[in-house]
Design a protein around this ligand. Sequence first.
Ligand code: ADP
Ligand code: MG
Length: 324
Amino acid sequence: MPPMGEFDLIARYFARPGPTAGATVALGIGDDCAVLTPAPGHQWLVSTDMLVEGRHFLSTVSPRRLGHKALAVNLSDLAASGGSPRVCFLSLALPKVDEAFLAGFSEGLFALADAHGVVLAGGDTTAGPLNINITIMGEVPHGQALLRSGARVDDDLWVSGLLGDARLALEVFRGTVSLPGEAFDAVRQAMELPQPRVALGRALRGLASSAIDVSDGLAGDLGHILHRSQVGARLHLADLPRSSVLGGMPEDLQRLCLLTGGDDYELVFTAAAQDRSRVLEAAREAATPVYRIGRIEREPGLRVVDGEGRLLDLTLQSFDHFKS
Ligand code: ADP
Ligand code: MG
C-alpha cells in the first residue's frame, strides 16, 4: 500500500462522515475556510493552545489521552470565560504518518469533543516535529464573558475540584517521588485526562466577579486575577482541596504541588460573600465541587496563611516557559 498522504489522512481521521453543517457550522472541513454562523445576541470567545512534546506532555502518554488533553486545555480556557464551546480547529505537525497514533489521538479528541458538543471545523496538517495546536471558539451572551479583572475587595475566593495531583505525577515521572501503583494511576489520570470545568464556568455567568483556569499553578494564575483586578488576596493553605494521595505526602511537597503545580485545569474564581449560597447552587447544578479558599483584600500581593492563621514566608514560582 502506498504511504498515506495528507488529504487521505485528514479524510480518514479528522473529517467525519455525516452532516457537515449545523446551526453554528454552516461549512466545516473541506474548503478554504469554515463558515460559521453566530447565534443572535452572542459574542465569540476564541482561544488557542499549543502542546509541544517534552514541554506539555511526555512521550509516555497514550495517543488517546493526548487527543483528550489537547482539546481539554482549550476547553478549560473557554470554561474560565463562561463560554459554551462550539467549534475547534486542529493544526498538527507529525514526524510521520503513524496510523496507530492518529487513530488513538482522533478517538480521544472526538470523545471529548462530542461530550461538549464541539465540532472540528478545520485545521492544518504538516510534517515536522510532533506539535499540536487547537483553536477553540465558543459563545457567550453579549457582555457576559467572565474576566480576570472583576475581583472586588472582600470577595470570596473559590476553587473547583482538586489541586496538585498533576504535579505530583510529574514528580513521579521525574523520579523525585515514588508512589504505589494505584496511587500513581490516580495522579497520572489527573495529569493526562483533565476534565475541563465547562458546566461550572457557564453556571458562574453573572455570578462570579472574576475567573481564570489553573494551568500554570494556583499562585501564579491567581496572581493574574489580582494584577488585573488591582487587589490582593489571603489564601488559606489548609483549605486547598487535595486528593488523599497528595494529602499523604510531606508538607513541603504538598505546598509545592498545591500552590505552583500547574496542569490542574480547575477554575479559580471570586464572588461576593453575599452570593455564597448561589455559588454552591451553581456548583451543584454543574455537578462540580467547589471550595472557599480565601478572600480578596485591598493590600496588593498574595498572602498564604497556615491552619493557625500564621503568615507563611513563601517564594512562589509559577511555571514560565522561558524561565523554568
Ligand atoms: P489549504 O491548503 O487551502 O489551507 P488544506 O489542504 O490545508 O487547505 O486543508 C484542506 C481542508 O482540510 C481544510 O478545510 C482544512 O481546514 C482541513 N484540515 C486540514 N488539516 C486538518 C486537521 N488536522 N483537522 C481538521 N481539519 C483539517
Ligand atoms: Mg492549510
